[in-house]
Ligand binder design. Sequence first.
Ligand code: BTN
Length: 247
Amino acid sequence: LGQRMYYEPQLDSTQSLAHKLALEGAEHGTVVIADEQLKGRGRLHRKWDSQKGKGIWMSIILRPPLEPQRAPQLTLASAVAIIDMLASQVNVKGQIKWPNDIFIQNKKVAGILTEMQAEQDLIQYVIIGIGLNVNQTAEEIPEDLQEIATSLQIETEQTWVREGLIQNLLKEIESVYEEYVQNGFGSIKKRWELAAYKMGDWIKVKAMRKEWDAKLIGIQNDGALIVEDTDKARKVLYSAEIDWNKG
Ligand code: BTN
């Protein structure tokens, strides 16, 4: 990954440039990075605060030989790579909040936005967008996010050179991606579960038109979340809204 890198001081969104490049035929592993994003975006049409020089705002173009329904597993695999980078480079223990958030101590430090273009039953390309808060001080976190967001600088009380982190992150993503394409998600599942936020804890699930208490048990080979309800019946969640604080 990163044989071909686009580094821009300012973009609306690295996702948008990555889509454009992918449609023009950019090769697998092409990486787009911006110092600042004016219209950084998150999941569910949320905006992603992307202040100049404060974080890693990066999109990676992948061309996996997979069926479209497997794209979400790439989000899970990328999360494992971020956890490994945080452990080896920053010496912090991150946790994965299913499906796409990275937490440190109950606050979000990074998010993953996976977007895909498919034709018939094959993925044309996937764009893995990663936003990692690096050098924001507590005051620089927007007011409405104070309670829920953090940065590496806040957690470790030191500033970080983004280039080194980016290099290692790309290396980790490449290795976990290759493992995944060769052996499937089952082969990285253990690492995912070990890093999972609230594993074994009670959460509240909104799915199947109901709201219910559930205990987080694990993840399936296909990337679905496994929970257990109060009657100890196992349920499998492909998408659900979760209240992580209650249960
Ligand atoms: C989320 O938590 O909702 C996902 C956030 C993803 C943010 C990254 S920053 C780089 C890339 N470009 C964007 O506009 N979004 C992603």
